[in-house]
Design a protein around this ligand. Sequence first.
Ligand code: MN
Length: 503
Amino acid sequence: MPHPTDDIIRAMQSPTSEDQKEIQKAYEVAKVAHGTELRRSGEPYITHPHAIALTLAKLGMDRDTIIAGILHDTLEDTQLTAEEIEKQFDATVRFLVEGVTKLSKLKYRGLERHVESLRRLFVATASDVRVIIIKLADRLHNMETIEFVDPVKRNRIALETQEVYVPIAERLGIGVIKSRLEDLAFKILEPEQYKEMTRFLTERGENEKEALDKALNDLKKALAEAGMRNFHTEARIKNAHSFAAKLARKGNDPDKVYDMFAIRLIVPSVSDCYRALGIIHNIWRPLPGRMKDYIANPKPNGYRSLHTTIITPHKVIIEIQIRSEEMQEESKFGIAAHFIYKNQKKAKETGAAAWAKRMIPSLMKVSRKNDGDEVVSGAPGPQWLKELHLVAEHFEEDEAFREALKEDFFAERMFVFTPKGDVIDLPVGATPVDFAYAVHSDIGNSMVAAKANGKIIPLDHPLHNGNIVEILRKKNAKPNKKWLEFVKTSGAKHHIRAATKQK
Ligand code: MN
């Protein structure tokens, strides 16, 4: 009997009949729970969780994650309870759904200085990387259907996507989602530029299609003649957003953007990559200085490939990216690729562990500028994955890998909120006075009392992660020297000293 989840099952790596049964059950549970609820598009609500589960299956995620994707909005929007989810499925599914629900409560208020702490908060709250991957799939579908949202809200969602979700997808190396989200946000935030870039890329693509096809054929022939087997190729066009960013860096001269179009060559092994590079340089002239070995020196987010730019006898310039199957999976799925390998043969597992070891320390230095290909970076360096480096030396099994991603090194920091929902990042043990000075020195200097979650608390009372803190002020109030005895941040100390000296 056909079932609405058949496409999800087909997209999975190697589904068992048990997987199929459980996923069908999750779909029925979610469908009943959402009832007659509709999406803004007018479609039944279940189309949304269905789309998310399909994305997760395509990413190669495990059954629990797919089921949690189907149920991800039930706690927030329906009568279904966490206990019921655990009873019907298991504790993992419950944990994942609760994690996604928690993340949905975080709001972005567009304050530049808080963006990085919001990203960190996001990761800390998720506590399991699968929660973030579900949330990314959720955001992807919401962005794909954003035309039904009113314009003001649409802009806020697009901005949040660009500032928070794109960098997270990038840092996790999930290229397929990062690239889609980036263009969907670009389309909303810069509609004119988006249109212009898309038009330009489409026109160029049509003009150069013949040359690209010819190059592709010549390449295949040369590789086959050299005895290479089991390779495949794909053509890729830069997405509108990366093209716009690169164009700006190249003085708006599109002829200087050599990687507008690229050929990807996917071969079985690493040594095949270098062999293929030799063959390519033998048939076409490489442009000097354009050969990049990201296998020996991976990009900060773990990306590996060989890049070279060649010029054909007809004066067409094409970038060629050479990579192994494994590198191809990694570049598309990033951290999610780990779950794909896990489901495959034992031999692959060693490869996955090795990859994860490479991946995690490399996540530390994302802020470094790269050549701009596919990755447009500029965010401040992520402190938030720093300590994982230490853990990476030790872990081998999946369990340990997930433990490593639990982010318990956040023990040193906490996140509290202003009444408007802005995130303030403070050391553990910080007080309302630290909070007030972290928001603004004027607020610290005129404070008389504080509330946490609506209740008055003493000024020396330690705040807790997730508190909503409100500062009560009086016009002629002055800071008290005694505050120096309990404040934790140097910023607060500095301002209190300065203000009490003036007197
Ligand atoms: Mn949702």
